[in-house]
Ligand binder design. Structure first.
Ligand code: NAD
Length: 273
């Protein structure tokens, strides 16, 4: 028995990473899915054909793409019960990298902050008139505190926390709000947006050298098996499936129960925030 059965879940950034996995797992649990990403072909490749899934190209920075997707979801499945504001980019860089990073930072603010706001606006009235809804926002541990190398990305995720909490306060009793704060989860496409790889050091502090060594070994397939087994306390880097499993747990609840915030870690992760 899944509470997600027949709920309609709209997911932004669903062509890769967490979003694609989440779309597939929601379909497995009997949900209807409205899957959105920049590229419709990539969505089809990631999710495959399903009568219960509507796939549309939508740029979250464009509010009309999102209102259009909500209207299509209402027409196809009767309404949007759950919105997952998942699309995000991570152009880590130091302030001194501004010449190279400036454009990506502006885009990051648009996607990570305005994209989440646009998603909330697009579903808000429909959820309020339906009398219930659930908004799940992807934040990050980078939003917990300022560290060198992630001024803009961290600020966008701190903003997501604020947007989420305000929504909870304003719509209490009508819209459930869940904030997801993953740690570093390798194996998605997010790292592709990093401008200066040295900037990831901020989240690791003094653990940087050890972390890079471990990640290098994992990538080369030469790591101690304990580091890559979730059944050991040495488990070092979370598999995206495990993060998505916990997101599903937060989403697969009766309407009256809210898991308002989750952080999921590998027991032996090396992050300082
Ligand atoms: P990812 O790059 O694998 O997936 C992000 C998806 O968003 C991609 O399919 C991309 O095409 C899409 N996207 C980007 N810009 C878009 C836009 N303007 N409109 C619509 N879609 C857009 O990354 P991921 O790791 O799966 O990240 C998903 C979310 O989780 C992001 O918000 C990210 O900040 C957050 N997060 C990830 C990690 C991690 O370690 N992977 C950690 C903390 C938070």
């Amino acid at each position: 028995m899944s509470y997600l059965r027949d709920r309609v879940v709209m997911i932004t950034g669903a062509a890769g990473g967490f979003g694609a996995l989440l779309a597939l797992r929601c379909l497995e649990r009997g949900a209807f899915v409205v899957a959105l990403d920049l590229d419709e072909t990539a969505l089809a490749a990631a999710i495959g054909p399903s009568e219960r899934c509507l796939m549309r190209s939508a740029d979250v920075t464009n509010i009309s793409d999102l209102t259009g997707a909500v209207a299509a979801g209402v027409e196809a499945f009767g309404g949007i019960d759950v919105l997952v504001n998942n699309a995000g980019i991570m152009p880590l860089a130091f302030y001194r990298d501004h010449a190279e990073a400036g454009e990506a930072w502006a885009r990051c603010i648009d996607v990570n902050i305005k994209g989440v706001l646009n998603g909330i606006i697009a579903v808000h009235d429909q959820m309020i008139s339906a009398g219930r809804g659930h908004v799940v926002n992807l934040s990050s541990i980078y939003g917990n505190a300022a560290v060198a190398g992630s001024a803009v990305y961290g600020a966008t995720k701190a903003a997501v926390n604020q947007l989420s909490e305000s929504l909870r306060l304003e719509s209490q009793g009508k819209i459930k709000v869940t904030v997801v704060k993953p740690t570093g989860v390798p194996g998605t496409g997010l790292g592709g947006g990093v401008i200066n790889p040295s900037a990831i050091a901020g989240i690791l502090g003094a653990n940087y050298e050890g972390y890079m060594g471990t990640m290098g070994q994992i990538a080369a397939g030469s790591a101690d098996p304990a580091l890559v087994s979730k059944d050991t306390i040495e488990y070092a880097a979370l598999d995206p499936e495990l993060l998505v499993e916990q997101m599903l747990h937060a989403m697969d609840q009766p309407w009256g129960v809210v898991i308002s915030e989750i952080t999921v870690r590998a027991a032996n992760d090396r992050y300082v925030i």
